[in-house]
Design a protein around this ligand. Structure first.
Ligand code: HEM
Length: 231
């Protein structure tokens, strides 16, 4: 079965992976907003609007969703998670080339960049950092939630700034990520809606991935050419 769909699109993400991405994105945002008043009194106005008990419960409910989502995803969206977790480990020369020329690309100077694999150098960096932030948030959050009486308070309080830093850095990365998706590469967003992207976009942004798919027989060279032309 060819990976070409609707004549000019190629399959990229499974729907279970797409759902896992959105559950992660939504729970991260809800956690960030409901965490703000815990971080600083200047956000206490949010408590006045929504109720402090509500906000604190929502933070804990979404913390559970944020933790459980990728664990379920590893089983239900096995292929997508496998690619996402192994791609950053294969960081090489072509990824360095991408990162080095990325600023020129953003300035609209269209530099010639080496063909990228399933995820490009920037995406690999984003994945690695978001996995690290996820781990720091989960461990520090669990210590703050369950550590009272178990871990000495003089140590436990250190996990408040650690938790806040990971949240702030994760949000900064996420905002950059959203800008790059919606503002710079709107064609990529299609992949996070129905799992497919334009063949032309795939070839242009993930040329090595397409070459690998041709080699493994997921799509033939002719089908790919046809799909790119069809757009
Ligand atoms: C808290 C919010 C979010 C987090 C933590 C997050 C994280 C990620 C990660 C780690 C990936 C895989 C690699 C990558 O593309 O860098 C990804 C993929 C993707 N995300 Fe997000 N995301 C968030 C929100 C969003 C939003 C709001 C959009 C915009 C519509 C978006 C669009 C995409 C797209 C299009 C991809 C697929 C890229 C591809 O196929 O190459 N994400 N996301």
């Amino acid at each position: 079965m060819s990976m070409v769909v609707n004549k000019s699109y190629v399959k990229r993400h499974t729907m279970s992976f797409v759902v896992a991405h959105w559950v992660n994105a939504i729970s991260f945002f809800v956690l960030f907003i409901t965490g703000l008043p815990l971080f600083s009194p200047s956000f206490h106005f949010l408590y006045e609007i929504f109720g402090d008990a509500n906000f604190q419960i929502i933070h804990r409910v979404f913390a559970v969703i944020f933790i459980v989502n990728p664990i379920i995803g590893i089983f239900l969206a096995r292929k997508g998670y496998w690619i996402m977790m192994t791609e950053p480990l294969k960081f090489g020369k072509r990824d360095m080339d991408f990162l080095a020329k990325f600023p020129l690309d953003l300035l609209g100077m269209n530099p010639k960049v080496e063909k990228q694999t399933y995820y490009n150098g920037g995406e690999k960096l984003n994945i690695a950092l978001q996995i690290i932030f996820w781990g720091v948030l989960v461990v520090s959050g669990a210590i703050l939630w369950f550590g009272a009486g178990v871990i000495d308070n003089s140590i436990r309080t250190w996990f408040i700034p650690i938790h806040a830093c990971a949240a702030a850095l994760g949000m900064a990365m996420a905002l950059g990520h959203i800008y790059l998706a919606v503002g710079v590469n709107p064609d990529s967003v299609h992949g996070m809606v129905d799992g497919t992207i334009k063949a032309k976009y795939a070839e242009h942004h993930h040329g090595k991935w397409i070459e690998d798919c041709i080699e493994s027989g997921e799509v033939s060279e002719e089908e790919m050419e046809e799909a790119v032309k069809n757009y």
